[in-house]
Design a protein around this ligand. Structure first.
Ligand code: BGP
Length: 469
């Protein structure tokens, strides 16, 4: 089988991880510009000040994407380039930059798939409480509308938020991302609620503008499985899926929160401060979501725990996706298992867990349209005689693309696949050591770009529409 003609083969990036030019052309300071400079927060103090300098080198980068045959490029807009302080004056040079990126993509027939929020928040808004302050919903709505009006004539695919569970968990429970709170479950749930309301608002605005594109949200897709068949571990998986998946997907797709979580929050006095107007908006907009983007890297293997777990304030090693942490309510813990295969960073490799999870999504949410908006292997790529032979990446993507094909054959409504990442870039907490790209960036040689083995492989997959998979 070839992949259907309307299936998009893509690859992704995010503004902070590639652009650099952190203080150029009127851009405002973001939470990440500030946070990454606090000693000890990132791997060897790396930050995105220069990143891979995509801000200046985008013509070369997009030309390479075109050469690879990429059909669609997912990238994010940095809010602080458009509105430096988040809710004030517009920076025309920021608009111009993204116009250039979009036009450059279209020049080669690459479909731009744009994320509005991939974690870099204008610091001025963070200073006012960020996602805890209800005013952020209005600020985000204004920012989104400015983007729709500036770019919507050419951009027909919009993602509102990237991975709410990650920036909220790491920002309010683990302290590993800005704003760096530790164990603040009250703030955590409040922030998630404001994100969902902001999402619903900007869906509403988008639809009212009648730009006739599609809009959705991207979530982490981290299906949980019990480590064995024991009832308590199956219950742990049910619990984890409710908190990590359904809490995030239900308000978007069903317009309401899962009762299992709501009941527990009420008991613990952690219910977000929400009002009837907000809840009504979630209900109203649920049917207007055009798709869900799934970022899949690994499943979660969970085990029930009984004793109160230690604080979940994490060392960096544990806050970068490696299993081993207790849940915020000390109900379960994620674990590494002897019979599973892991990356160098301890992420499980499981195309089978992916497949099973896709079936779970279909069971719960029906025929909702899906895109895989991220999937890929973080590795330290081998270089042999000057060639970057990233065979493990090829193997990883191949296995997952096979699962995508199988899912389509099973009738799952999957319309595209975006490898993470199109080019080597800055990993939020792992610096430049952890590579994901099809294109190598030589940090010892003026950030020179080079094609990896996977570049040629993906080019072939796209050209043959995955027939050989
Ligand atoms: C996702 C993010 C991406 C990217 C990816 C890999 O959660 O959306 O921005 O960072 O994970 O993560 P890491 O760099 O930590 O391996």
């Amino acid at each position: 089988m070839k992949f259907p003609h309307d299936f998009l083969f893509g690859a992704a990036s995010a503004a902070y991880q590639i652009e650099g030019a952190w203080n150029e052309d009127g851009k405002g300071i973001t939470n990440w510009d500030a946070f990454s400079k606090i000693p000890g927060k990132t791997f060897e103090g790396t930050n995105g000040d220069v990143a891979i300098d995509h801000y200046h080198r985008y013509p070369e980068d997009i030309k390479l994407m075109a050469e690879m045959g990429l059909e669609s490029y997912r990238f994010s807009i940095s809010w602080a380039r458009i509105i430096p302080d988040g809710d004030g004056a517009i920076n025309e040079k920021g608009i111009q930059f993204y116009n250039n990126i979009i036009d450059e993509c279209l020049k080669y027939g690459i479909v731009p798939f744009v994320t509005l929020y991939h974690w870099d928040l204008p610091q001025a808004l963070e200073d006012k409480g960020g996602w805890i302050n209800k005013d952020i919903v209005n600020a985000f709505a204004r920012y989104a509308e400015i983007c729709y009006k500036a770019f919507g004539d050419r951009v027909k695919h919009w993602i509102t938020f990237n991975e709410t569970v990650v920036f909220c968990t790491l920002g309010y429970l683990n302290g590993a991302h800005p704003p760096g709170y530790v164990n603040d479950a009250k703030k955590y749930f409040q922030a998630t609620h404001h994100v969902f309301v902001a999402h619903a608002r900007v869906i509403q605005i988008y639809k009212s503008l009648k730009q006739y594109g599609e809009i959705g949200i991207t979530h982490v897709f981290n299906p949980a499985y019990g480590v064995d068949e024991k009832e308590e571990n199956q219950q742990a998986a049910f619990h984890a899926n409710n908190y990590q998946t359904f809490w995030y997907y239900d308000p978007i797709l069903k317009g309401e929160y899962p009762t299992y979580v709501i009941d527990a929050l009420r008991e613990k006095e952690l219910t977000p401060d929400w009002n009837e107007e907000e809840l009504a908006l979630l209900r109203e907009m649920a049917g207007n979501n055009d798709f869900i983007g799934l970022n899949y890297y690994q499943p979660a293997r969970v085990i029930k725990i009984d004793e109160p777990a230690e604080s979940i304030a994490m060392d960096r090693d544990k806050s970068t996706g490696r299993p081993g942490n207790p849940s915020f309510d000390s109900y379960y813990r994620t674990v590494m298992m002897d019979d599973k295969v892991y990356t160098k960073w301890g992420w499980e490799i499981s195309a089978e867990g992916f497949m099973q999870g896709l079936r779970m999504i279909k069971d719960r949410y029906g025929d909702v349209k899906l895109y895989i908006t991220e999937n890929g292997l973080g590795d330290e790529d081998p270089i042999i005689e000057g060639e970057i032979v990233d065979v493990p990446r090829i193997k990883y993507i191949e296995e997952h693309l096979r699962a995508v094909k199988l899912a389509i054959q099973e009738g799952i409504n999957l319309k595209g696949y975006y490898a993470w990442s199109v080019i080597d870039l800055l990993s939020w907490l792992n610096g430049y050591k952890k590579q994901y790209g099809f294109i190598y960036v030589d940090h010892k040689n003026n950030l020179e770009r080079r094609k990896k083995l996977s570049f040629h492989w993906y080019k072939h997959i796209i050209a043959t529409r995955g027939e050989e998979l």
